[in-house]
Design a protein around this ligand. Structure first.
Ligand code: CA
Ligand code: CA
Length: 213
């Protein structure tokens, strides 16, 4: 009877510990802004001093405007990805500044920064919501003015970008364990265990007795 109870408790403990590892990436929908990665061509900075600051935060009055032929890439910080949430709801949002001086740009996404999936060409007259169910998790977002539409009366005022937001940001479970191992958590016990820093005694019976208790 006791053994059955222990097995049951172990199963419960296992389910709980797995849940702690897996659930945050499924239900832990946190909203996270992308950060500047790279760009090409001329970019107009509005309301701030650097491109990095201009695109770091949505709704802060700071934004960029792409010139003809320019592009910018943002990425999600650390090990975070914009992940599909398992529904048709948007998972990624391209936040524009305002609807004035309309311009179009091509939006692409990538997990590795080298292989890109083109989402489409969009106007910067409203925020662009993207569902990632058919694409999967992404790390990088590219906004490319290229030769897409710019109001000819204002040729320098291309697509205006305020920020890029992962509406369902998460860290893949395997990455979580990598972080734990790299942070030294499992090794801490070994490092601090008494006796492990002493020289090995060949006459010790510890090796033979190990695991007999
Ligand atoms: Ca979705
Ligand atoms: Ca901004």
């Amino acid at each position: 009877m006791k053994r059955k109870l222990i097995v049951k408790l172990l199963v419960v403990a296992l389910v709980i510990s797995l849940g702690v590892l897996v659930l945050p990436s499924i239900i832990g929908a946190i909203s996270l802004s992308g950060e500047y990665d790279s760009h090409s061509g001329a970019i107009n900075i509005n309301g701030t001093t650097t491109i990095e600051l201009a695109v770091a935060t949505p709704g802060d009055g700071k934004f960029i405007q792409l010139d003809v032929g320019s592009w910018i890439i943002l990425k999600f910080p650390g090990d975070y990805l914009a992940e599909p949430d398992g529904t048709a709801a948007a998972d990624l949002r391209i936040v524009i500044f305002d609807a004035l001086f309309p311009a179009d740009a091509e939006i692409s996404v990538s997990l590795d920064g080298s292989s890109w999936t083109v989402i489409g060409v969009f106007s910067d007259t409203a925020n662009i919501d993207i569902d990632l169910e058919s694409i999967g998790a992404v790390k990088f977002v590219k906004v490319d003015q290229g030769n897409f539409y710019i109001d000819q009366a204002y040729p320098n005022l291309g697509f205006d970008l305020d920020a890029v937001v992962a509406l369902n940001a998460g860290i893949p479970p395997n990455t979580k364990s990598d972080i734990l191992i790299n942070s030294g958590v499992p090794g801490k016990g070994l490092e601090n265990a008494p006796g492990l820093d002493k020289p090995f005694n060949p006459k010790s019976q510890a090796g033979e007795n190990a695991g007999k208790k």
